[in-house]
Each structure stands twice: as structure tokens, then as C-alpha cells.
Write a protein that binds this ligand. Sequence first.
Ligand code: TXA
Ligand code: MG
Length: 332
Amino acid sequence: MTPSDADYQRAVDLLVAGELVAIPTETVYGLGADAANADAVGKIFAAKGRPADHPLIVHLAGHDAVDAWAEDVPPIAWELMETFWPGPLTLILKKQAWVPSTVTGGQDTVGLRVPGHPVALELLRRFAAAKPGQPAGIAAPSANRFGRISPTSAAHVAEELGERIPMILDGGACAVGIESTIIDCSRGAPVVLRPGHISPLHLEAVLGHRPAIETAKGAPRVSGSLEAHYAPTTPLRMIAAERLLDFINAQRHRGGRCAVISRNQPPQAGMPHAWRMMPADPVGYAHELYAALRDMDHAGVDLIVVESLPESAEWAAVADRLRRAAVGAGQG
Ligand code: TXA
Ligand code: MG
């Protein structure tokens, strides 16, 4: 999916005019606005129905843009950027004084990321060219309504926000499929605030040690760390692999309709037709996760049953998203 010159031009014109554009990234689609324009950023919160104290990630075209947005950047942060950018890693850094507080949720830090998606990078470069001599960043949270499943295709964005935004830049399906790893480098030793595709093992290779993981329950610093998030409107339950078939049979016995997301267990005779087999590896699973949740949410069932995941570190990011989805599910 390659946008035309005219598509890019329209997207840049809208951003410069302070309007919203949904943009593809390698993780999920973002709802973008000119991060230096507080009024434009305000439209993001209105479109998503997101509380205004939740800070946004600013997307940049390259490392050379970092100093315009952040100060006191520690050497370890530069090493992380050099290793993982463009890519699914967001760094929390001390912000420059001028950065609008609507972007940072009133905090003295800013989240920065160079996305690893050719369409996002091309748009960011063209946007920077349209604002010569000025800081050019696109503030973009995931392009879903607040609390709901993040979009991994242009069609998902249209479903979430279609009539509320003037343009969706189509860059095809997102390769990673879950949000970036967030690492706070603003307070001494780097701390993981949100697990993602770049795992503690990847980070260890650069840091020389496993970073601490801080999942602040209920605190609005990282909206993804609110308990309920990424949630379908249908209730969702995680069930251990060895209990999956018994559980589904019991549901059916009392007339409950369920959809199943399974990793190991293929459907058997008489099982629900809404049955999705997921890849057995965490990277493949993450890639398909949100589309699977969205499909099952549309399956007209009373309950989405998800086979539990392994407890190991490489499954942490996917397990995190499903745990929060289960907490928030069924509230729509
Ligand atoms: O992969 C991603 O990160 C996607 C794509 C579009 O880049 N974006 C994304 O945005 O997931 P969002 O808003 O749904 O989640 C980003 C999180 C927010 O929950 C926010 O709280 C956190 O990053 N964040 C941003 N700036 C922060 C800061 N200064 N301190 C702590 N957390 C921050
Ligand atoms: Mg989000």
C-alpha cells in the first residue's frame, strides 16, 4: 500500500493547517496532529474521547530531531535510539520548555519515537520540509476510541473514527501489531513502562542488564497501563489450555454463544464456528492479536474465550494486552 504524491501532499497540508490525519506505523495506526500546535493536539483528545491528562508520543523523522524536543538526553538513551530506531521503541525524556503541555499531559517529560514504517517516515520527512527551521513532530496516540482495541489497518481506523477525522493515510497492515515498548530514560536507570515487541532481552543487550518493569496500576502516566484497555465490547475471559474444551462445552450446554481464540487447540466437531487459531510464536501472535479481537467482537457472541498464554518473558507484551482487554471487555 503506497500512498500517491497527492495523498502525502494532502496529509501534510492538513497537518500544517492544524487538522488530524490517521497515519500507519509498524506497531498500530496513530491519530496524528502537529505536535507543536496545541489546538491541533486538542482535537486528538476530542476525537478519541481521551482524558486530557494522558500524554502523547511525538513521532520524529530521525534522531537529529530529538534535541529540538528533549534536553539532558543521557548517553544510554542515544544508544537505545541508535540500536532500535526507526522501530517500535518510545523513549521518555526530559522535555524542552516550549513543548506544549497538551502533548505531555502537563508532565516535564516527552515521549519520542522514530517509527519503522516507510509511509510514516516519508510523511514525517515531508512534514518537516513544510516547516523549515521549526520543530516538526507528529503527536499520535493509537487511532482508536479511548479504551478500545488499537487499529492495525486503515479499515480498523475507519471503523473507530471514520466520520470524526478528515483523512486516513493507508499504509497497509501493521507489521508488529501491538504498541511500542516504552522506556523511561528521564529518571536515571531506564525503566520499562509498557512492554512491547522490543523485549527486556533485546534491551538487556544494550543496557547490560535487564531493565526494571514498572506497570503503574491506575496511574495516568502511561494510558496503556490503566487496568482496562485494548478492550472489545464483548466480555472476554482467559482460560487455561487444559480447561479450554471443558469450559466451552459448559458454556454451550447452558446456551451461551462463545467465540474462541486458541493457540494450540484446533476446533472439534460441534465447536463454535467462530474459532481462530493463532500463530504459536509471540511475534506472529502479536501481529494478529487486535484483528482477531476485532473479528471476534463482531461475531455476535456472548463471550470471547482466549486460551491462556505461556508465562515466559517473550510472551509478556501480548499477555499484558490480553489481561487489560479482559478487564475492560463488555463495558461498551
Ligand atoms: O506504538 C505506539 O506507541 C503507537 C503508535 C501510533 O506510535 N502509539 C501509541 O500511543 O500507542 P498511545 O497514546 O495509545 O500510547 C502511548 C503511551 C501513552 O499511554 C502515554 O501515556 C505514554 O505513551 N506517554 C507518552 N508520553 C509520556 C510521558 N512523557 N511520560 C510517560 N508516558 C508517556
Ligand atoms: Mg492507545
